[in-house]
Design a protein around this ligand. Structure first.
Ligand SMILES: Nc1nc2c(ncn2[C@@H]2O[C@H](COP(=O)(O)OP(=O)(O)O)[C@@H](O)[C@H]2O)c(=O)[nH]1
Ligand SMILES: [Mg+2]
Length: 392
């Protein structure tokens, strides 16, 4: 899971470490300044520059004189100490100047500035884009990082890479938690208030809609609910049989009509059945494709009008990347969704879809699919995702 993104983040970390190492070496050179003064030589003289060069030479001379004076003073001090016959260790204390400078560097703080972020953020943006994070989400993450890191004090010895990655984690978590939602809590309340609860599943073919309905049916039964399935994908050949097979295996009732029938009628019948039998929840499958996109949207609108679902859940596969994100946006705008379920995270090397879908829809990710077994359904939790992206 997320192998590609993990590798990229690792090399990003290395790159920051290299930039930082180069900079620290520069700082050390600057600290060795006194020795450098002597090395400064005037540039070859060009007539119009002659005056400036002369001044520079003067400044160098003055600096040199200062340094020489300091050195003389030090020598004097040392001599005085020697004269007084004090211990050799004390002399070492005086001339251990270099050591003192290096501890000074260690203690000193460096302020992270715009320039440093200009060096590293474009690379991070590229990594996120390559990992299927939607463009607008990358922009937001980058802007938030910049805002929070510019001016941040960093002690030398503290790693810039750690600071950046840690802040990146916090920001992704915040973005994910903007639409935080507890599905179980909400469902408990709904069932208590007005059962049967009607949940319809929308999304294109092949993304895992039918499998997810079966997984969720199992999960809800494990939690003590009674469930009925509605075979609302009457368009695709074999769709009814596929759901029927799951229903048999799970020991749950399925309401179906013939292929090509009106799905709104099928789902309506399932609700009537649930009411008469005291069943808690109806899970309704729908078609993922019609003759045209307009047909599909019209059909879903009719289903919503006739069956008044308590929740409309969009299902897509995380491996579809930006296509999945765009479909989520489209379904939300055209039909209205209450949340999403992303499947096939187990087969997704990138992870950006999971980061982006709730951002672009403004609706929570409720569950993620992590395999083909009934139990491979995980209740979505930002910490769960962050851990899988950032930890080995
Ligand atoms: N690896 C993996 N495969 C999945 C997952 N969810 C569904 N699938 C597989 O995706 C394929 C299409 O699933 P299906 O439920 O028929 O999709 P639908 O057309 O949207 O109803 C099937 O082979 C499923 O086993 C998942 O979380 N992980
Ligand atoms: Mg299906």
């Amino acid at each position: 899971m997320f192998k590609f993104l993990k590798e990229k983040l690792k090399s990003f970390r290395k790159k920051i470490e290299e930039i930082e190492k180069r900079e620290e070496e520069k700082v050390e050179e600057v600290e060795k300044e006194p020795a450098k003064v002597e090395e400064i030589r005037p540039e070859p003289v060009r007539v119009e520059k002659a005056e400036r060069v002369e001044k520079a030479v003067e400044r160098v001379e003055v600096e040199k004189a200062k340094v020489e004076k300091k050195v003389e003073e030090k020598v004097e001090e040392v001599e005085k100490v020697e004269e007084k016959g004090k211990l050799a260790s004390k002399i070492r204390g005086k001339i251990g100047f270099k050591e003192k400078v290096s501890t000074l560097i260690l203690k000193r703080e460096v302020i992270i500035d715009e320039k440093k972020l200009d060096d590293i953020l474009p690379e991070l943006e590229m990594i996120l884009l390559e990992s299927d994070v939607a463009f607008e989400v990358v922009e937001e993450i980058s802007a938030m990082l910049r805002e929070r890191l510019v001016g941040r004090r960093k002690k030398i010895g503290e790693k810039l890479a750690d600071i950046v990655i840690e802040e990146l984690k916090i920001i992704i978590k915040e973005i994910l938690d903007r639409n935080k939602f507890d599905f179980d809590e909400y469902l408990d309340k709904l069932v208590a208030e007005r059962k049967p609860v009607n949940i319809i599943f929308v999304g294109v073919n092949g993304t895992g809609k039918t499998t997810t309905i079966a997984k969720l049916a199992k999960r809800l039964m494990d939690r003590g609910y009674s469930v009925v399935l509605a075979a609302g994908d009457t368009f695709r050949a074999g769709a009814i049989e596929q759901l029927e097979e799951h229903a048999k295996r799970l020991g749950v009732r399925l309401i179906k009509h013939k292929a090509g029938a009106d799905p709104a009628a099928v789902i309506y019948d399932a609700i009537v059945h649930a009411e008469s039998k005291g069943i808690d929840i109806v899970l309704a499958d729908t078609a993922g494709r019609m003759h045209t996109k307009k047909n599909l949207i019209d059909q879903l609108e009719k289903i919503k009008r006739v069956t008044e679902p308590d929740m409309t859940i969009f299902v897509d596969e995380s491996i579809a990347g930006n296509d999945a994100v765009e479909r989520a946006r489209m379904f939300n705008e055209a039909v209205g969704i209450d949340g999403s379920i992303l499947t096939k995270l187990d087969a997704d090397p990138k992870g950006g879809t999971a980061i982006s879908v709730s951002y672009v829809t403004g609706k929570p990710v409720l569950f993620v699919g992590v395999g083909q077994d009934y139990d491979d359904l995980v209740k979505f939790d930002s910490d769960w995702l962050i851990k899988r992206i950032f930890e080995d």
